[in-house]
Design a protein around this ligand. Structure first.
Ligand code: MN
Length: 230
């Protein structure tokens, strides 16, 4: 069999789209850190002195809704962070805030799974967060819901239950940087592209999970996500 590639080409990573047989191909995954004041405070930071910031995960860290989440190696303190995910249909550089929402294809519910112990060591040593944030299966994500179905949610409860017990409870209207501001700011740092996902930050109530837990979360008006920690 002939091929243009020296090794087998990696597959296109994609997510299902509600109401369609077509899937959403994923380009990059950006994440916003400390975008809810109450979460910044619970992590020991002053949201008035430190604005939100960005890090990335790799597309192949995505985990489908309903899947088993294998508890990762090298950590004894894996945390859940329930987040609204923004999916881009178009991108560019220096996108004005007023046009930012035109880039959005839809929204989803995601979990920014975090090896908090490794992230903590990285913070202390001034090192990058990758080992704490971008490990295998660290980005469980629901189907993408197109804007035509739900508009642009800027308020609404986001919540996470661990084994049916409510642990995270916030509202999209508590985001420090709203979705248009995130897109505008991010596009000044990186060229955004179709297929980019943005995990927009988590509300208060993050905590550790253990094998055997069921994590069930949602964003009202968008959807729900459930995974089993194994
Ligand atoms: Mn997060």
């Amino acid at each position: 069999m002939s091929s243009d590639y020296a090794i087998p080409a990696p597959p296109v990573i994609s997510l299902p789209v509600r109401g369609s047989h077509r899937r959403f191909p994923v380009h990059r995954i950006y994440c916003v850190g400390r975008n809810y004041a109450a979460h910044a405070i619970e992590m020991g930071h002053d949201p008035h002195r430190e604005p939100p910031f960005f890090f990335q995960k790799n597309p192949d860290t995505l985990l489908a809704n309903g899947s088993d989440f294998p508890y990762p190696d090298k950590s004894a303190d894996v945390h859940y962070e329930l987040e609204l995910v923004v999916a881009l249909a178009s991108g560019g550089k220096n996108i004005p805030e007023a046009r930012a929402l035109d880039c959005v294809f839809g929204y989803a519910v995601g979990l920014d799974m975090t090896r908090r112990d490794l992230q903590g060591q990285a913070k202390k040593m001034g090192r990058p967060w990758d080992v704490g944030k971008a490990f295998d299966h660290s980005a469980p994500c629901s189907e993408i819901v197109p804007v035509e179905m739900i508009g642009h949610p800027d308020a609404g409860n986001l919540w996470l239950k661990v084994n049916e017990e409510l642990r995270q409870n916030g509202d999209l209207n508590q985001m420090i940087w709203k979705v248009p501001e995130i897109i505008a700011y991010l596009s000044g740092l990186f060229t955004l592209a179709p297929g980019d996902l943005i995990f927009s930050g988590t509300p208060a109530g993050v905590g550790a999970t253990v094998r055997g837990d069921t994590l069930h979360g949602g964003v009202d008006g968008v959807g729900e996500l459930e995974i089993s920690v194994v």
